[in-house]
Design a protein around this ligand. Sequence first.
Ligand SMILES: [Zn+2]
Ligand SMILES: [Zn+2]
Length: 404
Amino acid sequence: MRRPGLAFLAGLATCALALILLGGKTSPTGTVSDRDVYYPGSETLAPDEMRIVALGTGMPSVRPKQAAACWLVELGNGDKFLFDIGSGCHERLAAQMIPYDYLNKVFIGHLHVDHMGDLPSLWLGGTVMNRLVPLRVWGPSGGTPEYGTAASMERMKEMYVWDIGTRSGVIDFRGGALEVHEFPFDGINEVIYDENGVVVRSIPAVHGLDGAVSFVLEWNGLKFVYGSDTIPNKWYVEHAAGADVAIHECFLPATLLVTKQGFSPQEALMVGTQGHTSPEQFGKVMSLVKPRLAIGYHFYNDFDTEPVVRERLRRTYDGPVDLATDYMVWNVTKDEIRVRMSAVDEEVWPSPPLMKKIAPDTGSSIAFSEFTISGALGFPEVVGPIFDEINELYGTKAEPIFKK
Ligand SMILES: [Zn+2]
Ligand SMILES: [Zn+2]
């Protein structure tokens, strides 16, 4: 009798193992009941549940894998909050498939570009992607007024005056309104937001210049703390204590700043421990804060850096910790904190508007000069039929601007 080959035996063992792992619940042609992945827009939040989505966890030099700082917090009461809005995060936000009217609350920890670089994109881009409510921005004062959030927002409006000019009188521009709430950077656990059962407080941070803060959000007995950027400080340790989720920056260790990022040893030490928080310092902070879950971010999180960061933070902290990369998602309730990766639909489109659009006051539009008009080729034989088609379909009476 022929003896079964090794390959045959291995095949049998694999099948048996697969059956054990799947508990016999999955057929080769059926669906998998729980793929342990978060598909945006596919799950209802329970009334007492919080969802946190990492939309930017990297560095000022954004890369395909990691945008700069941005964290979305969604609550079971329907409220949604953005903490920081760093460069490159907008596309990750779009991947969450949330109507833009709900993405109208942004809390900025400090005015570094990696924490606010995509604010113009959300503000003005949001107006053409169906946000019809003002964008509300909370941010700290600075050491002097010109370093504060309010002054920064005024200058942002000036910077984008051309962009705004193209839209006034052309689209429903209610979403272009900016509602700015500047609060004192040195307020200690001061309430800066209190609506709908959600309270957000600010605490001072030590980073860059006067004018950096961290945030504490409390709702429904859950406490979420977001450090933005800071070296270890007494305010974070005191007011993050006992958080359900405590996020704090955790930089690459100085050794890797030298070998992988080309810093000089002196620079690596200064940036890595005095301007930012090393993994060992991060661990020390979390040992004092004792959150249900600590989350470290703000480093290039790869197969060869994560183990080094983790080993070093373990020298000073032995509690629960995740080291964030973009699209990590946490579902938080009083009983459980579940972490998964989010699946991304690269072809996502903005959701339709939730409010009824209002026709703009065309009288407020800015006209082209005769010079520019003289260069336009109206192609009436091509464009006329397009207008006819739409006017007939929708009963409108629109006419082209460029007639000749
Ligand atoms: Zn910073
Ligand atoms: Zn930063």
